[in-house]
Design a protein around this ligand. Sequence first.
Ligand SMILES: *Cc1c(COP(=O)(O)O)cnc(C)c1O
Length: 389
Amino acid sequence: MTERHPDEFSIETLLASVAEGAGGAVVPPIVQSSLFAFDNYKAFEDRMAGRSDDPLYSRVQNPTVAAFETLVAKAEEGEAAVGFASGMAAISSTIFAFVRPGDRIACVEHVYPDAYRFFERLLRPFGIEISYYPLAEFEDNPDLLAGVKLAYLESPNTVVFQAMDLPRVAAHAKRHGTLTVIDNSWATPVFQRPLTLGIDIVLHSASKYLSGHSDTVAGVVVSTGDLIHRIRDLSLSLLGGKLAPFEAFLLTRGLRTLGARMRQHHATADRFVDNLSRHPLVRKVLSPGPNSVPGLTGRSGLLSVELDESVSIPGFADGLKLFRLGVSWGGFESLLLPTQIALNQSGEENSLQRFGVSGRIVRLSLGLEDPIDLWADFDAALNLSAKRK
Ligand SMILES: *Cc1c(COP(=O)(O)O)cnc(C)c1O
């Protein structure tokens, strides 16, 4: 957390910075307008000809959205960012901007389940080949990415939370001219800044920690000016999954407290990992610690636990008082997701089944409640559920 940005400000200071030009308002106004009119023919013509970048139409450009994009780009140490209507819009729009029929994608195992469905149900029928590899293979096989157009990474990945050596993977990718894309939703720029580790493109489900308040669905992509221009031009304009001004306002508000929230999630998760690893009813704790891989500096509040056979998972879930049951994560409230429920989810292409996730695993999103209260609740429900069985 003491790590410094290049301009000597820590990320907390950057996230508290006030943008210029809002007439002294420290909060950017919500510009709820679909279009922006021009004063004269010349100004309109210049904008259409690309000689100015004044706002034109909110599918492509909006001042409230731009304020959020600028702040995220700074936090990730990227040159530019582009907001989207959801994390999935960010993922699909980024990939559509770079892959064409006949291209190959290499993806990490245990990727986010809807990213997996996007690859299998949409990209594959369009003639794009997708292969999945364990994280260690990306690190250890320098030729894995030969002939691969795009490497789709998550570190840590989903449910099992394995982390990878990003500088090493980025170096292999550079040698083969493979574009690297990483989903950084788990770590956030507070704990990991992949662009500084050699990764080309960072994206987020901003619905999670960036927003932090469980009141928004949104996504964002950060990279160089050139790559963001391509995504904006091809995918934002033509697929149209743009971020709305009100959502952008909520996201900027969320970012103001990202550093403080992540510090609290980290402290609570440390306490849980410590207690869980000594608990007789816990078989395994899945949560990468700070410095377990280069560039990862903290532990987020999202982790998994494999429970002993003697625990009734439905009994445990129903015995919790502070943890709610649900999907999503990264908000102020603590949540439990039993993987057995996700394994039984209806519909085809279930990545949890494909990559062999155990139904004995439960995923926790530790919120901002008092960690002592949270642990007492978790421990009591666990002990009771084992006795009950
Ligand atoms: C939730 C999530 C997504 C999808 O984001 P949405 O905002 O729900 O579309 C992508 N990646 C990860 C790791 C997620 O947890």
